[in-house]
Write a protein that binds this ligand. Structure first.
Ligand SMILES: [Zn+2]
Length: 335
């Protein structure tokens, strides 16, 4: 089944049984695995809503198709879940939980909960290693000083101070492209130059507590492959990485936006403005606690901007083995 529009998705997933079959197919691809012990000696129990039993002597546990997924222990029908995932994948600018609640005809609280679970699931981060030419930059989210009453104003809240803002650091692997000469499509005899992108740019972004070298370096060392080229501005938090990387500094204080070798950090700056617009335009405000999840969603959207709606949906289903309980969600701790 290929989904080209929202209509295709709603029509296809209108039946709960069909949703369940789709989930089972996407999740296990023909070989059902026990989520408790990982073995494949499984049999299906009789009944309408698929349940399984593990035959392993030590285990012998029962489970449903939604066990260990974001759908586990949820009263929300799968057709609403699937539509919600699709809406997330489809709306490039994001969708607020209020809008989601209206679209799916659920309460605002349910809409919020679904949105948080989906954001958690969309997190593809953790394993991607970046290489080649990497732009480094940070941005600050939240806390507009000028909108506060006088007694609540925070000193030094502009620029790189982070007293009332949460810094987010970003690492962007530049796209790989080359140019080809091809005949013009309409005008005979005319040649045109076309850019062919072989690998689109990719981002990793992390909400951090401050922008010191001590906070920035471990993320860079963990993410960027040794021998890569780093491009950053003159911020001192990026100093001291020369032994491992070739580091180019674009000095903004000197009005420089491209260094002598042609390196810029413009791509990431453009992406940041998109992140800020999304948070301000769609979500209005984000608490510190939930910021990383919004950042994850932004990163996911950015890194999947070239893939089709079908691929987003498939990818979503493959990542279902991650569950965020309500208890975890409402925990007071800053994530
Ligand atoms: Zn088992």
């Amino acid at each position: 089944m290929k989904f080209k529009s929202i209509i295709d998705v709603i029509q296809y997933f209108s039946d709960e049984q069909r949703c369940l079959d789709y989930l089972i197919q996407m999740r296990w691809k023909g070989e059902i695995i026990c989520p408790h012990c990982g073995c494949n000696k499984i049999y299906e129990l009789k009944g309408k809503f698929k349940r399984y039993k593990c035959t392993d002597k030590e285990c012998k546990k029962q489970f449903s198709a939604t066990k260990g997924t974001i759908f586990e222990n949820s009263q929300i029908p799968l057709c609403k879940w699937f539509t919600a995932i699709f809406l997330y994948g489809f709306h490039k600018k994001g969708i607020s939980s209020c809008q989601l609640a209206k679209d799916l005809n659920v309460t605002q609280k349910t809409g919020w909960f679904m949105a948080q679970r989906i954001r958690h699931m969309l997190n593809t981060g953790g394993s991607i290693e970046l290489e080649g030419t990497i732009e480094l930059d940070e941005t600050f989210i939240g806390g507009k000083n000028k909108n506060r009453p006088y007694h609540k104003k925070v000193k030094n809240s502009q620029g790189r101070a982070f007293i009332d803002k949460t810094p987010v650091m970003g690492m962007l692997q530049k796209e790989e492209a080359h140019y080809i000469q091809r005949p013009h499509k309409i005008m005979p005899g005319k040649m045109v130059t076309e850019k062919v992108v072989t690998k689109p740019s990719e981002i990793k972004a992390i909400a951090i507590s401050d922008t010191s070298g001590k906070s920035l370096h471990p993320h860079i060392l963990e993410t960027v492959k040794k021998g890569s080229i780093l491009v950053s501005d003159e911020w001192r938090g990026y100093r001291g990485l020369n032994a491992i990387y070739e580091h180019h500094i674009v000095d903004h204080t000197r009005g420089q936006y491209v260094d002598e070798a042609g390196h810029t950090s413009n791509t990431l700056e453009g992406a940041w403005s998109h992140l800020k617009r999304t948070i301000i335009g769609t979500y209005h405000q984000v608490s510190r606690k939930h910021l990383q999840r919004y950042v994850d969603e932004f990163v996911y959207r950015y890194n999947t901007r070239k893939i089709t709606v079908q691929e987003i949906l498939d990818n979503s289903m493959e990542n279902v083995n991650t569950r965020l309980s309500y208890k975890q969600l409402v925990k007071k701790k800053v994530a």
